[in-house]
Design a protein around this ligand. Sequence first.
Ligand code: HEC
Ligand code: HEC
Length: 266
Amino acid sequence: MAVKEKELSRRRFIKSAGATLAVTALSAGVGGLLTGCSKPEEETTGGANGQTVEVTWPLGYKPLNPDKAEEMAYNSYKAGNGCAQGVADALLGLAAEEYGAPYSYIPPQMFNVGKGGIVGWGASCGALLGAVFFIGLVAPQEDQAAIVNELMAWYQQASFPYYKPSDMEFKQTVADSTLCHVSVTRFLQENNLEANAPEKAERCGGLSGDVARKTVELLNAYVDNQFTAVHKPQGAETCTTCHSNDHQGKDNCVTCHGEVDEIHDF
Ligand code: HEC
Ligand code: HEC
C-alpha cells in the first residue's frame, strides 16, 4: 500500500516536472527566470509535452558565481519579488541558467510568500527562507544543518547590507536575530526611518544579495570540501547554561528577554 502511494506521488511529480519543462522554455522567451514576470496563464497553458524526467533528491550542487547571485537577488527584489523569491531567483535561477534541468523545473515564484518574514508576519527573514530551502534541495540531509547553522549565525551577526549598489545613504545594522521583525525594525530604528521608506527597500534588496552571495560561497566551499563553520550563535550561551530544556531556539535570547540581570535576581 505504502509502496503504491509512493509510486503514485512520484508519477504525479514526474508529470508536473514535464509540464514545468514546457513552462521554463516559455518563460525564458519572455525574459527568463529572473524577471519573475511569466504570467500564470502561460504557465498553465504550457501543458505536458509527453516528456518525463527522473528527479532524485538531493539535486546536488554545482558551483555558482557569487557576484552574479548577489546581483540577481538584488535585482529581483528591486523588481518587486521580495527577499525570499529574490534569493530563490538568484540560486535556482542562476543554477537553471548555468546547468538547466533539474534546477529549471522549480519555479522560484513559490518563494514569494516568504517576503516580509512570511507575507509580512516578521517571522524568519525571508531571504534566509530562499537560501535554506535551496540548501535543503541540493545538499544531503547529513550535511544540511552544518551549512544552515553557519548561514544563520553569520546572518545574526552580519552588518547588513554589504551590497549597496545605489548611492542612497543609511547606516548598516546588525540584527542580532534571524527574525525579519527584529532585523528590519533595528534597521529602521537606528536609521530613524519608517517601514515604507525607500532606504528600507534598498537595504532588504542589498541584504537579499548578501544572503544569496553567502549561500553560494558556503555551497561552493562545501562541494570543494573546503567548508568550515566559523560562526557560532550569539546571545544564547549565557542563558542555556541553565535553560537547556525549557524552550526551543538558538537565536539571541537577549533581544527579546533582556540581559540576565534584567530578568533574574541572581
Ligand atoms: C544561573 C542559571 C540561570 C541563568 C544563567 C539564566 N536563567 Fe533564566 N531562570 C533560571 C531559573 C532558576 C528560573 C526560574 C525558573 C522557575 O521559576 O520556573 C529562570 C526563569 C527564567 C524565565 C522565566 C521568568 C518568569 O518570569 O517566569 C525566563 C524568561 C528566563 N529565565 C530567561 C533567561 C534568559 C533569557 C537568560 C539569559 C539572558 C537566563 N534566563 C539566564 C535560571 C537561569
Ligand atoms: C523572539 C523573541 C524571543 C527570543 C529570541 C527568545 N525568547 Fe524566550 N520567550 C519569548 C516569549 C514571547 C516567551 C513567552 C513569554 C510568556 O509567555 O510570558 C518566552 C518564554 C521563555 C521561557 C519560559 C518562561 C516561562 O514563563 O516559563 C524561557 C525559559 C525562555 N523564553 C528562555 C529563552 C532562552 C534561553 C532564549 C535564547 C535561547 C530565548 N528564550 C529566546 C520570546 C523569545
